[in-house]
Design a protein around this ligand. Structure first.
Ligand code: AMP
Ligand code: MG
Length: 314
């Protein structure tokens, strides 16, 4: 799917300040050279993202990431060695070499080494860290296939690499290591329990932290489809809709079965929502997912995608 020439082209576009959409194991990213402020500014323009929302910087090695942090506490080292490459982002004090636009003026920087071989190889060949938010317009659903990126941003990106559907399917877990113990800013495939086990420290949730900077992943409506999405109650809404179920099938214009395990559910979530959205029905209703630590990432993304006002049942 991705040739040697594609990898070289992607690296050279990044080096010359261009934008490359690239597959990661979480979702597709819209990448630019993280050390080139003008290139990063283009990410915000193409996404329509407010410049107050900091970006995650992707590195091809722990060393490349560590170089961008002004401090590297023992917890960062332990988490990086255990979970990188992988779907965990660490927020650390920022090294002055990271342009302010990348971090929206904050003195902290979000760092991750992704595990997708294409992302890793492009960053390695570009030989520079790559700032990359999800490759969708601000507040729209994140892309988990190259086709999603093409449909949303096609003409505005210099190159889209097709590395197949994303394995994890939801954005990385984000943990801040900038204060007193780890704070989970965004849940993901790596759970608070796993972070606590590796660091030996209690992990606090962002919501309970005084004065925590509101980060983009905490924006209420960050990942919503255009079709109103509701939780299925006793009755489904009136009209024609899509029903996403994992346990109890029901009659609907479009009934879509989801995996019953959190890993599988996360992998299929955005792809299924994109498909349901594309069917242009009146609503999308979702069977409530089970609670529990393993479902925290999925629950969080579902909550953000839900429509604020209820859709009336008939
Ligand atoms: P996205 O790139 O759209 O997946 O979102 C970026 C995520 O990174 C947000 O959810 C933030 O939680 C997080 N983030 C990036 N930079 C910082 C930072 N300096 N401080 C806190 N959170 C950050
Ligand atoms: Mg995003």
């Amino acid at each position: 799917m991705v040739s040697e020439q594609d990898l070289d082209r992607a690296a050279s576009i990044l080096r010359s300040g261009g934008l490359v959409a690239l597959p990661t194991e979480t979702v597709y990213g819209l990448g630019a050279d993280a050390l080139n402020a003008a290139a990063v500014a283009r990410i915000y323009r193409v996404k329509g993202r407010p410049v107050t929302s900091p970006l995650i910087v992707h590195a091809s090695s722990l060393e490349m990431a560590r170089d961008l942090a002004a401090a590297w506490p023992v917890e960062a080292d332990a988490l990086a060695r255990r979970f990188w490459p992988g779907p965990l982002t660490l927020v650390l004090p920022k090294h002055p070499k990271v342009p302010d636009i990348v971090t929206a003026g904050l003195d902290t920087v979000a760092l991750r080494v992704p595990s997708h071989p294409v992302a890793l190889e492009v960053i390695r060949r570009a030989d520079t860290p790559v700032a990359a938010p999800s490759a969708n317009r601000f507040t729209a659903l994140s892309p988990t296939t190259a086709e999603h990126v093409r449909a949303a941003l096609g003409g505005e990106v210099d190159l889209i690499l097709d590395g197949g559907p994303c394995e994890v399917g939801i954005e990385s877990a984000v943990v801040a290591l900038t204060g007193d113990g780890p704070v989970l800013l965004r849940p993901g495939a790596i759970t608070a329990e796993q972070i606590a086990a590796v660091t030996g420290l209690e992990v606090r949730a962002a919501g309970v932290v005084e004065g925590a900077h509101p980060s983009p992943g905490m924006h209420r409506k960050h990942y919503a489809p255009r079709t109103p999405l509701v939780l299925a109650g006793d009755r489904l809404p009136s009209g024609r809709g899509a029903y996403l179920w994992w346990n109890t099938p029901r009659a609907a214009a479009l009934a879509l079965q989801m995996p019953a395990d959190p890993t599988g559910y996360a992998r299929e979530l955005y792809r299924t929502l994109h498909a349901a959205d594309g069917a242009r029905l009146d609503w999308i209703a979702l069977e409530p997912v089970p609670g529990g630590a393993a479902w925290a990432g999925v629950e969080d993304r579902v909550k953000r995608a839900l429509r604020d006002e209820p859709v009336e049942p008939d």
